[in-house]
Structures are given as structure tokens and as C-alpha cells.
Write a protein that binds this ligand. Structure first.
Ligand code: FE
Ligand code: FE
Ligand code: ZN
Ligand code: FE
Length: 189
């Protein structure tokens, strides 16, 4: 009979597969990025993601199951879109904003999955699993917030470019500055 435990294990296998794909994708995103702050954020999250895979293996073990992935079609799609948008915006001032958007879509997918897993682990009384999954959920939320910060540190503004059309540049409202770091990254492409 399919029940909450079956669903929990199914979703665990889904995210286990997803994390492996993300580990393979992040170095490509680091290379595609031109903002050092974004590169650093992505590299940090790559190390966290490697730890998340180990943590998931502990979760599997704690519920008496061998760690196994199940192809996550959602992550396949999100990472295909990331490749696509990185290719489309290569060499443009919007490349970093584009990569941040793609990375945040992945984080939001992970947040949804880990959020459900934490709830279910609680209901199933899988206490060790619950603690491990909550740690990862917190990392995913933090990664998402850091990406928002990096976007606001000049990458979104930088994406506006110099404006080939002088009229639209002249009528555009002056961009708002967001804190100290915006000055540091605003001119970078
Ligand atoms: Fe992750
Ligand atoms: Fe999935
Ligand atoms: Zn997934
Ligand atoms: Fe993540």
C-alpha cells in the first residue's frame, strides 16, 4: 500500500537525484558568471550541496533504506533552462541577473521539497531525519536570500546596460542604490 512513508521515500529519492544534478551544474554557472560576488555565492553553495548529499545518505540510513536516486524531471528542466539563458545572455550586461534568476528557481524547488520532507518526517516520527532535513532546508533558504542580496548589489541594475536608445535612457528613472556594495559591483558586467 502506498502511504506517507512511501511518499517520503519517493520524494527523498527525487531530491537525492536533484542534488547530484545541481552539483554538476553549479561549476558551469560559476564559469558563466562574471560577478565575483555571484561566483563566490555559487561556489559556497556547491560545497553546501556536496554536504547535502552526504546528509541525505544519513537520512536514508536513519529510516532503514539504501540511498537511491529517482530522476527529477523538474530539476532536469530547470537546469536546461539555466543552460539556455546562460547561452542567450553570454557577453551581455544581464548575464549575472539571468544566472541569479535561474539559480533561484532551483533553490525554490528545493525549498518546496525539503519543506514537505521536514513536515512528513515529523509526522512519521523520524526524528534524526527531521533534524538533518531541517538543516538542509535552512541552507537552501539562506542560499536563496544570498542570491537576492547579490542581485541587489548591482547585478540587476548592471543588467539595465548603458542603453543603445538614448531617449529611453534619458526618460528612465534613476536607479535606486542599495547599500554599500552596489557601488562596488554596479559598473561590472
Ligand atoms: Fe540542495
Ligand atoms: Fe522532482
Ligand atoms: Zn526534484
Ligand atoms: Fe540549493
Amino acid at each position: 500500500m502506498k502511504n506517507l512513508r512511501t511518499l517520503f521515500l519517493d520524494e527523498l529519492a527525487d531530491i537525492y537525484d536533484a542534488e547530484h544534478r545541481i552539483v554538476r551544474a553549479l561549476p558551469k554557472m560559476v564559469k558563466a558568471a562574471t560577478c565575483p560576488d555571484l561566483q563566490a555565492a555559487l561556489k559556497k553553495h556547491l560545497r553546501e550541496t556536496q554536504g547535502q548529499i552526504k546528509s541525505l545518505e544519513q537520512v536514508f540510513k536513519s529510516v532503514g533504506v539504501k540511498a537511491k536516486g529517482k530522476k527529477c524531471e523538474a530539476t532536469v528542466g530547470l537546469l536546461e533552462e539555466a543552460d539556455e539563458i546562460a547561452a542567450e545572455f553570454k557577453g551581455s550586461p544581464a548575464i549575472n541577473a539571468a544566472l541569479i534568476a535561474a539559480a533561484q528557481k532551483v533553490e525554490h524547488y528545493e525549498i518546496a521539497t525539503y519543506g514537505c520532507l521536514v513536515e512528513w518526517a515529523g509526522l512519521l516520527d523520524y526524528q534524526k531525519a527531521s533534524v538533518l532535513l531541517q538543516e538542509t532546508l535552512a541552507q537552501e533558504k539562506n542560499a536563496d536570500e544570498v542570491l537576492t542580496e547579490v542581485a541587489r548589489m548591482g547585478n540587476n541594475e548592471g543588467a539595465m546596460g548603458e542603453g543603445e536608445d538614448s531617449e529611453s535612457t534619458a526618460t528612465r528613472p534613476a536607479p535606486k542604490r542599495n547599500g554599500r556594495a552596489s557601488v562596488k559591483t554596479a559598473g561590472r558586467r
